[in-house]
Design a protein around this ligand. Structure first.
Ligand code: ARG
Length: 267
């Protein structure tokens, strides 16, 4: 059976590198606007071809990172859980995304206290059984108790220890209830034990895969949308599972520290 996935995207009209809040971002490494726009269109049409329903939020001149819609929060039932960004540079995104979801979908907003950082689906991913919450770089561990008030599955928290993989979605991608793709060096010993406990199959891409943020993927039914440039090793693991791979060149969006999943809020 196939589920219809709704995805919120944001056109990269105002996307550029105006500040540096993760190790991938360098103001001198500017975005080629035309390339970013072309990749965005490619991603959008691929999603449509794969049967996803696409929504677009209006880009804002002073919010370059709004393109990374995954960070805007989480949706559960009719509740929109708002993000609380760690960095002031991104905080005003919350106003725009809250308005978008309450106006267009009638979702009820849920806020964490202002001092408890939570960066949405960047740090919150799930299987059919559990939510997984990444903390330590952006989201704070204290977010867990607040989120548990509105989420309908147990939350398993995982500490993130590598600044290059500062959001859970840069180093962890559940493919099903039994298989996950991870970057092991992003987690503590304890975290790795928890991951192996939850997933009988733990797929480890190569170091080169992590350079293109391979874990930052979106799965739609048996399709994987992932950065161009993944290794044959990783490709073989997906193919063994009969997953069909679609590669998109996300180099322009890696300048901001993101790839496929960061650009895609799934709800
Ligand atoms: N420049 C953005 C930041 O540092 C990138 C966000 C990437 N998003 C993600 N879901 N990992 O916040």
């Amino acid at each position: 059976m196939s589920d219809i996935k709704r995805i919120l995207l944001c056109p990269p009209k105002f996307y550029n590198i105006r500040y540096e809040i993760n190790p991938w971002m360098h103001i001198e490494n500017q975005v080629f606007q035309n390339k970013a726009e072309a990749i965005y269109q490619e991603l959008k049409s691929l999603y449509q071809k794969l049967g996803a329903q696409i929504f677009e939020i209006e880009p804002q001149p002073d919010l370059p990172d709004l393109v990374y819609t995954a960070n805007c929060g989480e949706v559960c039932g009719d509740v929109f859980i708002k993000a609380n960004f760690k960095f002031p540079e991104r905080r005003r995104e919350t106003i725009v995304t809250e308005e978008y979801f309450t106006k267009n979908f009638n979702f009820k907003p849920f806020s964490l206290p202002d001092n408890i950082f939570f960066e949405g689906q960047g740090d919150l991913l799930h299987t059919s059984k559990n939510y997984f919450l990444g903390w330590g770089k952006r989201t704070m561990p204290e977010a867990k108790n607040y989120l548990q008030q509105v989420l309908n599955k147990p939350i398993i928290d995982l500490e993130l220890v590598d600044s290059y993989y500062y959001h859970l979605d840069t180093c962890f991608a559940p493919l099903s209830d039994t298989a996950v793709v991870i970057n092991p060096s992003s987690f503590t010993e304890k975290g790795l034990a928890v991951i192996h406990d939850c997933f009988p199959e733990v797929i480890e891409p190569t170091a080169a895969d992590h350079m293109v943020l391979a874990c930052n993927l979106v799965k739609i039914n048996n399709h994987i949308v992932i950065a161009k440039g993944i290794s044959d090793h990783l490709r073989a693991q997906f193919e063994q599972k009969n997953l069909i791979i679609h590669e998109i060149d996300t180099a322009e969006f890696r300048k901001g520290g993101g790839s496929i999943k960061c650009l895609s809020f799934e709800f």
